[in-house]
Design a protein around this ligand. Structure first.
Ligand code: INI
Length: 159
């Protein structure tokens, strides 16, 4: 007997996405945003299906994503931040809370939350992941959000 396979398609037509971007290290997050918008537009999203929300930094992302998720308006949320290690343990607190909080938002709301909060030791490592050597993690996160939004629609349609 053949097994069934369920997979989300990379088609953003008719879907609505919120992008939460951190202003901290905006030289990086603006590039992540350009990558995310490129992915959404290339897969058929329309401009009125995309909302960009700027927040001060990655710390503020979970509460913002929670609000967006609870609006029931979005098929997916894409979070773009850059936490770059400094001389103090601040990095660990900001990066840790952003990761944990965004994971909780996805689990509690059922809305896919794509995580492109870079956590790097140097600015160069962040640049490499924001459109240089290692691609653009904003683009990748948007593709993940599109796939997951379509997957959720399929799974909910099976109930
Ligand atoms: N926010 C970031 O997004 N990246 C960082 O590297 C960072 N550092 O290093 O401090 C950062 N801090 C700000 C933080 O997100 C809050 O905006 C701030 O603490 C006010 O609540």
């Amino acid at each position: 007997m053949p097994h069934s396979v369920i997979e989300g398609h990379l088609d953003a037509k008719g879907l609505r996405f919120a992008i939460v971007a951190g202003r901290f290290n905006s030289i990086i997050t603006e590039r992540l945003l350009a990558g995310a918008l490129d992915a959404l537009r290339r897969t058929g999203a329309s401009d009125d299906g995309i909302t960009v929300v700027w927040v001060p930094g990655s710390w503020e992302m979970p509460v913002t994503a929670r609000e967006l998720a609870s609006s029931n308006h979005y098929d997916g949320i894409i979070c773009l931040g850059a936490v770059i290690r400094g001389d103090t343990p601040h990095f660990d607190y900001v990066a840790g809370e952003a990761a944990k909080g965004l994971g909780q938002v996805a689990m509690q709301s059922g809305v896919p939350v794509a995580f492109a909060v870079l956590t790097t030791n140097t600015v160069e490592q962040a640049v490499d992941r924001a459109g240089a050597k290692h691609g653009n993690k904003g683009f990748d996160a948007a593709m993940t959000a599109i796939e997951m939004a379509n997957l959720m629609r399929q799974l909910r349609g099976m109930k």
